[in-house]
Every structure is written in C-alpha cells, then in structure tokens.
Write a protein that binds this ligand. Structure first.
Ligand SMILES: [Zn+2]
Length: 41
C-alpha cells in the first residue's frame, strides 16, 4: 500500500513555469508559477 502512494507522487507532473514551460525546482515557494529566469524579468 505504501509503495502505491510513492508511485502516485512519482507520477505527478513536475511543476512548470507558467511563462516558458521550464521545470521549476520546488525550493523557492515564493517564486510561484515562474522559473528563476522569468521571475527576474
Ligand atoms: Zn520561465
């Protein structure tokens, strides 16, 4: 049962930048839906 939960989270799509579609490392919650590059614009 626990393995099923792990698989569920593995299969979640990665968070993506709303502007360029780049994958976002979820280390900075304050960046919201944009990657580092787009949030600096
Ligand atoms: Zn971006």
């Amino acid at each position: 049962m626990i393995e099923n939960v792990v698989e569920f989270f593995k299969n979640l799509p990665p968070k993506q930048c709303a502007t360029c579609g780049e994958k976002i490392e979820e280390q900075h919650e304050c960046y919201g839906t944009q990657c580092n590059s787009c949030s600096e614009l």
